[in-house]
Design a protein around this ligand. Sequence first.
Ligand SMILES: C[S@@+](CC[C@H](N)C(=O)[O-])C[C@H]1O[C@@H](n2cnc3c(N)ncnc32)[C@H](O)[C@@H]1O
Length: 266
Amino acid sequence: MPRHGYRPARRPPNPSGVHFLASGHVADRLVAACAPGPADLVLDLGAGFGAITAHLARTGATVVAVERDPEFARKLRNRFGDRSTVRVVVADMRTFPLPRKPFVVASSIPYSISTPLLRRLVHSRHTQLDRAALLVEWGFAKRVTAIAPRSRDLAWWAARYELRIDRRVPARCFRPAPTMDSALLTITRRTGLPRAAEHTLRALLDAAYRTPDRSVRSVVAGYTGNRSRAVFRATGIAPAAPAGTLPPADWAALAAAVHDSQASTR
Ligand SMILES: C[S@@+](CC[C@H](N)C(=O)[O-])C[C@H]1O[C@@H](n2cnc3c(N)ncnc32)[C@H](O)[C@@H]1O
């Protein structure tokens, strides 16, 4: 026994580094957070043994369980083979073609590919992601939900999608338990920003993150000229704040107002 008198917790070996969800309660909450119904197409990315797939299958949604490991995929097929609404696909979630119609994602994703996966889901202007509920590492969830995102890309994602921590999920809810807690992160497409205004949003964010100490007023005026006063009146957003501190939802509101003001002068 070590000198300090307690035994370090013995963890079973986990050479794959994969942590499986072992809490039905968390799986229930994850599925409730994205609320799929029979009309929805839902992807379970990295389905493992089906801890989340099983809860999704009960909703009546069309479920596509994506799993890279052929042995897990075989077990998934055995488990869900009698469900006409569940399809198991052996594929890499980083390259698997995403649906061209609106879809939902409900997944516990590998920590190591959280950023590329989030980028895949929300970055493209053509993405059809409607909403998602993801189990991700706690620190990652805190970074992507920061009030003032650190990078332009993160601001672009958070301006078009509301990223929110639903709850903290303790490490003990997984087998084997990871060294850190997770978060249930929800991602919901914002309403109120027409797709046609996304070009404007992109241009505003490019300018804001190039020179984050500039005022929001100067960023917007660079784009709208003398119409900027009307834009600030319409949104109620304070024009003097440094551009790098403005929350993404406010950039979305400004882009929508700029778009409206341009449409009204055409
Ligand atoms: C964190 S576990 C989650 C498993 C299961 N959804 C659960 O909650 O218990 C991640 C799963 O994703 C699979 N996986 C890892 N990388 C993948 C990739 N690039 N594409 C598809 N599946 C992957 C692993 O084999 C594993 O089954």
